[in-house]
Design a protein. Structure first.
Length: 296
């Protein structure tokens, strides 16, 4: 039997700072793919399982940074990144920052890295740790910043999760990340309200769940129409149920919540925006006009 042996010499060496749940998942994926790996974590004990599998463990962040050109950072927050990299020579390094941040802070970090002689790529991880290293689970990472860095290390970065480059503006990865997460929490709010409505009835949550999944999936298709309307500026394009009709039906939602003894606080902010847009003359529009009310 022929055994496939991964040659570490053919794989890009990686330095990883941060071994929280996500960092550890990233480390395991690169290690499994045969990449020489050097890690550092503020709490050294977290590196012990990786060390047992052949990972190099640096005593300090500076030692870890010096080990390899490609430096991936996955820490708690921006302050942690500042602290870990304070005073460390980054000249000639390729810095990939997967620490969750904001677009503005990502842009500032890119400038900070350039001032220190490093190429910079910001990342927004669209996955939870168990998805990392499992392509079938669909994990991916938004990347923005140095296109050259991304292209050079694309294969290495694609080992833990798929890669989606969204532009040279270093803030775009965080922007896309937060946009999708914001939509997710809006969905969670609707799901929570739906379950609350049936909670005291003889409706099994397990019976409602597939109905919610199917309905939300069907409604998610409206995002494409919203995008077309925003790009054209015509919010009446392709309207199925106009704003006036939808506002007329919101009283039923609120009355049902009251009858069921459920707070409508997850719904009322959005319903109020719908009513405001209607009052401004948007009755023939889709719900797209609400977006303009959110812009300050």
């Amino acid at each position: 039997m022929t055994q496939n042996i991964v040659d570490p010499a053919s794989k890009t060496p990686v330095t990883l700072l941060g071994l929280g749940a996500m960092g550890t998942a990233l480390a395991r994926a690169w290690l499994a793919a045969g990449h020489p790996l050097t890690v550092w974590n503020r709490t050294p004990a977290r590196a012990e399982p990786l060390a047992a599998r052949g990972t190099g463990v640096a005593a300090t962040a500076a030692e870890a940074v010096a080990a390899n050109r490609l430096l991936v950072v996955c820490l708690l927050d921006d302050a942690s990144v500042d602290e870990a990299l304070d005073g460390i020579d980054l000249a000639g390094k390729d810095l990939v920052n997967l620490t969750t941040s904001t677009p503005g802070r990502a842009r500032a970090r890119a400038e900070w890295a350039r001032d220190r002689g490093a190429r910079y790529l910001d990342g927004g991880i669209m996955a939870v740790p168990p998805m990392i290293g499992t392509p079938a689970a669909g994990p991916y990472v938004f990347y923005s910043g140095s296109r050259e860095l991304f292209e050079e290390h694309r294969d290495t970065l694609a080992v833990p999760a798929g890669t989606t480059y969204v532009g040279a503006d270093a803030g775009f990865a965080a922007l896309h990340d937060v946009a999708l997460l914001s939509a997710m929490y809006g969905m969670f709010a609707g799901v929570a309200h739906a379950f609350a409505l049936v909670r005291k009835e003889s409706v099994a949550p397990a019976d409602l769940a597939p109905l919610l999944t199917s309905w939300i999936g069907a409604m998610a298709g409206s995002a494409a129409r919203t995008a077309e309307q925003l790009e054209s500026g015509d919010y009446t394009q392709g309207v199925v149920s106009n704003l006036a009709m939808q506002v007329a039906g919101t009283s039923t939602l609120l009355r049902t919540a009251e009858e069921q003894g459920v707070s409508a606080e997850l719904l009322t902010p959005y319903l109020a925006l719908m009513e405001r847009r209607l009052a401004e003359g948007g009755g023939a529009e889709d719900l797209t006009g609400v977006i303009d009310l959110l812009r300050r």
